[in-house]
Design a protein around this ligand. Structure first.
Ligand SMILES: *Cc1c(COP(=O)(O)O)cnc(C)c1O
Length: 428
């Protein structure tokens, strides 16, 4: 058994002073049982806990760590920036460099505004979509998570789904009354919504590859359909690429699938592990933001020099595309290995993968939406999670999260992971 005395003692104190002992709900391990470990150090593909245990990490701080933990270029950039001041509240050159990198990488983005989290990015994007179109209704999909924005916290996947609370207390019904929630990958329901409310729909917001209820892919033609129907109705297509941005390609999921949304939201990777979000799109839309336009949006720490330095260092390392080739190949090797491990143990799984993102559902049928995802065997997942942790492999503590491979993973780490899975699958 792993030793855990130090993490246990920290968690006891944490529960006294922090609600649930954590600053974000999924970290509490409620879906898999037991208590969380406390991380004290992370480097490359490895995390160390307060008791000295080490884990091969497939959570990657929930997506940002595409270069692995604490890459030299990021650490150096942050140190250098810190020496010059941790926050100015005055424009700084790193903001300009960041915007240039994003606009050059993502063709649909002509202008971009930085903020401090993915939640802020989606919240601001839908406000802007409403301000630009002068319409109120927003379509979102079941199982898509767009941060904890009041009006989007309906059937929102991720932590809310893990805790069995698809909707949150404290959100007045009025706040979600302009949100139309539809099943993902279903063309007819979208047609129906536009037939009924077409003139009132400001836009559709979606994760182009939903990765907050596990991971499932858009069916062929589905994203093209959403692009066409929004264009026909002068509604905006908003891609929430907080997870997929700079992950599936330099131009995110939109680059991978060849779709041009009107607006995009970013976070995670573009912050290089510091708190960052961003939203961008066509100049005509973005120019509706204050100070040029009537849609208000602001932030004391937006464009923070430390966060910009970290993000710029990561994006510059991604520009030549070699990282994507590497993590795609490792992703394939891992999925193949896990499929073999499951087959050898006679365990029914659905290995869903795109590039370096994957999810192993303990389910009998392929997953295309949240209802399918809910068919998975969560007790079996919990046993798998605990078994893998004992073997020194850390995967997200919920069936409804995706896993990530970084450029710091290597064949040896994948082999070790597959060996662990081969052992653990036989016991669950
Ligand atoms: C993580 C995530 C968010 C929220 O980002 P935060 O930085 O946690 O606020 C929004 N959308 C998607 C798709 C995400 O994965």
């Amino acid at each position: 058994m792993r030793s855990s005395a130090e993490s246990q003692s920290l968690f006891e104190k944490a529960q006294q002073w922090i609600p649930g002992g954590v600053n974000s709900p999924v970290r509490a391990f409620r879906a898999v049982g037991g208590n969380p470990f406390f991380a004290v150090r992370a480097s490359r593909a490895t995390v160390w806990d307060a008791d000295g245990n080490e884990y091969i990490d497939y959570v990657g701080t929930w997506g940002p760590a595409i270069l692995g933990h604490a890459p030299g270029v990021v650490v150096e950039a942050v140190q250098k920036a810190a020496e010059h001041g941790t926050s100015f509240g005055i424009p700084n050159p790193l903001e300009v460099r960041m915007a240039e990198l994003v606009v050059n990488a993502v063709p649909s983005v002509e202008k971009v505004r930085m903020c401090n989290s993915g939640t802020e990015a989606t919240m601001s994007a839908i406000r802007l979509a409403r301000g630009f179109t002068k319409r109120n209704k927003i379509i979102k999909f079941e199982g898509c998570y767009h941060g904890h924005v009041d009006s989007l916290l309906v059937k929102a996947g991720s932590g809310a789904l893990t805790l069995g609370q698809p909707d949150s207390a404290g959100v007045p019904a009025e706040f979600t009354s302009q949100t139309i929630v539809l099943p993902f990958n279903d063309v007819e329901s979208v047609r129906g919504a536009f037939a009924e409310h077409g003139r009132d729909i400001a836009g559709i917001i979606l994760e182009p590859v939903p990765a907050n209820a596990g991971l499932y892919l858009p069916r062929g033609g589905y994203l093209e359909f959403l692009r066409d129907i929004t264009a026909e109705h002068d509604s905006l297509l908003i891609f929430d690429e907080v997870m997929t941005g700079f992950r599936l390609s330099l131009a995110g999921a939109q680059g991978h699938f060849g779709i041009t949304p009107d607006m995009s939201c970013f976070g995670k990777i573009i912050g290089g592990g510091l708190p960052v979000g961003a939203f961008g799109g066509r100049a005509e839309i973005m120019d509706c933001l204050a100070p040029d336009g009537p849609v208000y949006q602001a932030g004391t720490l937006s464009g923070n020099p430390l966060a910009m330095a970290a993000g710029v260092a990561v994006l510059e390392a991604l520009v030549d595309g070699s990282v994507y080739k590497k993590i795609e190949a490792l992703g394939q090797t891992l999925s193949d290995g896990l499929a073999k491990a499951a087959a050898a143990a006679g365990v029914s799984v659905q290995l869903q993968r795109i590039g370096s993102m994957s999810c192993c559902y303990f389910a009998d049928a392929p997953v295309y939406n949240m209802t399918d995802a809910m068919q998975s065997d969560r007790d079996r997942f919990a046993k798998y999670f605990q078994g893998m942790l004992e073997e020194g492999v850390y995967i997200a503590p919920s069936q409804f999260e995706a896993g990530f491979i970084s450029a710091a993973h290597d064949e040896a780490a994948i082999e070790k992971t597959v060996a662990a899975a081969t052992k653990v699958m036989k016991t669950i």
